[in-house]
Design a protein around this ligand. Structure first.
Ligand SMILES: C[S@@+](CC[C@H](N)C(=O)[O-])C[C@H]1O[C@@H](n2cnc3c(N)ncnc32)[C@H](O)[C@@H]1O
Length: 462
């Protein structure tokens, strides 16, 4: 297994470097620009089969996400020494390319290369990616010199020995090997593979099948010297999923998180939502209070949880026995886009907990920016009827703690508000709505409740 077909492109880049380093720029400027901006990713898609890209966790950071990443990297102060930038899963070097924008140029390409040779470090399991990364970094250096008007040729032996700290190797092992006192004192850049693997026996924040991105990031945080920086592109499930709460705690135990930026889809070809993280290894002192998502800003500070009991539907259809009383069975398939419905026609024998109407259900699988059947994300459906219902586990159920169907109707109105859809998108970008996110929804339905007689028993003191 491996990305061997990518060799073809790595060799093309080598030829481009040979021509550019001898100063023959007339025909090359466009080719070099393409090689530095998106071509490496498009060549990956055309040369390496999708299955291999998946298995090897290969997708390269390009376009808007690379621009946002570059903006997160702080400038190097004029008097200070440039840090060493290290991407332990460097692919074709896009994060390192973003970092070179912060590196100074010397008087000639050869002198700049001598500096960059010491400042740029990378690892990847795929040799062709490492070669491509080296060649692209040399092209970036030559292009900057050309734009600065100092484009002297670069000798072939310098090109051949360029960027020796970019090596084929296991980045995770490298990170793990950096225990005290040899922790990394430079700037760590990270967009790791996003596949799943078993957490190791020493892992304190997860067990079983775990996102490799989480494993790499935790190892990166542990490998950093105090005061050193981590800048990362990561799958949004790590920021917003309850599965990764302990991971977030592990990270904030070690790092001062300076910025968390939800980004949306990685790129138009890669349907994975990501966020950007900028953090610095804490030098000691207390953990700074920090939120991974926007805090609910509710009228009177209330959230949905104050007024509704929120839980996942209990029925796991293919696992639960078909015993017990026959009950109406509510599934996502049978839901209208929004509004109200009576008891579902579908029935099922179910031995465990049934839920008494009225209640509001939301689909768990709605994507950011859109809901099912044309409704907005988080659109709810009110279920009324006189028999308890077996509710499928693809649905989230909100049962009013008081005020019955009127409060459910008020909730439908709250869920229709565009700002609630926006809030949900910011709060949770990964595929599935979570119970925690729904519980935290800001409740601004007081107008609809003004006519109600009894105050909600679980409302916070005002
Ligand atoms: C999501 S890609 C990102 C590449 C690059 N960081 C970027 O942002 O463009 C992840 C990369 O990790 C590499 N990779 C996977 N497992 C690795 C490991 N154990 N050590 C080093 N690299 C690894 C893959 O070959 C792939 O190039």
């Amino acid at each position: 297994m491996g990305a061997v077909p990518y060799d073809t492109y790595a060799r093309q880049l080598g030829q481009l470097v040979t021509e550019a380093s001898s100063g023959r720029w007339e025909r090359l400027a466009d080719d070099v620009h393409a090689a530095l901006n998106g071509q490496a990713a498009s060549q990956l898609r055309s040369l390496v089969p999708r299955q291999v890209r998946r298995e090897t966790g290969s997708f390269f950071t390009t376009g808007p996400v690379r621009n946002s990443f570059e903006h997160l990297l702080p400038p190097v102060p004029a008097q200070a020494d440039a840090p060493t930038y290290w991407d332990p899963t460097c692919g074709a070097g896009d994060l390192l390319l973003a970092a070179t924008a912060k590196l100074p140029l010397a008087a000639t390409p050869a002198r700049s290369l001598a500096l960059w040779n010491r400042r740029l470090r990378g690892h990847d399991l795929q040799e062709s990616y490492v070669t491509a990364a080296r060649m692209r970094l040399v092209l970036a250096l030559l292009e900057r010199h050309r734009l600065a008007g100092s484009d002297e040729p670069l000798a072939a032996d310098r090109v051949a020995g360029a960027l020796p700290l970019l090596q084929v190797g296991d980045g995770l092992q490298q990170l793990h090997s950096l225990g005290r006192p040899a922790r990394f004192g430079g700037s760590l850049l990270l967009n790791p593979p996003y596949g799943m693997a078993e957490a190791g026996p020493a892992c304190t924040w997860s067990s079983g099948s775990t996102s490799l991105a989480a494993t790499f990031t935790a190892a990166a945080a542990a490998a950093l010297r105090d005061g050193s920086r981590l800048t990362a592109v990561l799958p949004d499930v790590l920021r917003s999923g309850s599965r990764y709460r302990a991971w977030r705690e592990q990270l904030t135990g070690l790092l001062d998180v300076h910025e968390v930026k939800p980004h949306g889809m990685f790129d138009i070809h890669t349907d994975v939502d990501v966020f950007l993280l900028s953090a610095v290894r804490r030098r000691g002192g207390p953990v700074r209070s920090f939120s991974w998502w926007p805090e609910p800003e509710a009228a009177e500070g209330q959230t949905l949880n104050d007024l509704f009991e929120v839980r996942v539907g209990p029925v796991v259809d293919n696992r639960d026995p078909r015993t017990g009383p026959e009950a109406p069975y509510l599934t996502a398939r049978d839901l209208p886009a929004g509004g109200e419905m009576g008891l579902p026609q579908r029935t099922r024998n179910y031995p465990k907990r049934l839920i008494a109407p009225p209640f509001v259900v939301l689909r768990r699988t709605s994507r950011p920016g859109q809901g099912s059947k044309g409704a907005s994300r988080g659109a709810g459906v009110l279920v009324v009827g006189d028999r308890p219902v077996a509710v499928d586990n693809h649905l989230i159920v909100a049962s009013p703690r008081a005020a019955g169907v009127d409060r459910c109707r008020a909730l439908l109105k709250v869920l229709e508000q565009p700002e609630i859809a926006l809030w949900l998108d910011e709060r949770i970008r990964c595929r599935h709505l979570t119970v925690t996110a729904v519980r935290d929804l800001p409740w601004n339905g007081t107008d609809h409740l003004a006519s109600m007689s009894s105050p909600p028993p679980h409302a916070k003191a005002q």
